[in-house]
Design a binder for this molecule. Structure first.
Ligand SMILES: [Zn+2]
Length: 152
């Protein structure tokens, strides 16, 4: 894993005027997640640019890219706050199939676990903003964590 700086701008599909309503509807329901409201190819291409066509975790060259939600929108680790990140640009990472399977919907936290039964405000959904910044997840994020502090 290498440290990555994500560019400041999100792909155009995140400017969809219906997105906010979609997020609220999704976070408050048991609806299945789908990419339709966004543009999967646009997101994938932007992430491949930022990550130099490599997996965010193992750095293998990506022949087949999977888009991984860092904080999960389903499974035992999720909450309404995390569900409101399902369509958040900074919560999506490009990974290989193997890393996606290994990480899955897991998201154990060391301390300051977000215990949120409310939808996060737009600014609160950003990876580097409070309250997400205060959490100490066990799973590293190449845009937050420094590999040299975590690997020998
Ligand atoms: Zn990988």
């Amino acid at each position: 894993m290498i440290k990555i700086e994500r560019t400041a701008f999100s792909p155009d599909c995140f400017d969809n005027p219906n997105l906010e309503e979609h997020i609220i509807g999704f976070a408050n329901s048991d609806k299945e997640f789908d990419w339709k409201i966004l543009n999967y190819d646009e997101i994938e291409n932007s992430l491949l640019d930022i990550y130099n066509t490599k997996c965010a975790y193992c750095e293998s060259k990506l022949d087949k890219t999977e888009l991984l939600h860092y904080r999960p929108h389903e499974g035992e680790y999720t909450c309404i706050g995390y569900k409101s990140l399902a369509y958040e640009w900074t919560n999506i990472l490009p990974v290989c199939t193997k890393c996606k399977e290994l990480k899955g919907h897991k998201f154990p936290v060391i301390t300051n676990k977000l215990n949120s039964n409310k939808i996060l405000e737009k600014d609160e959904r950003k990876l580097k903003n409070f309250p997400l910044k205060a959490e100490q997840p066990k799973i590293l994020n190449p845009e937050i964590d420094y590999p040299k502090d975590n690997f020998l």
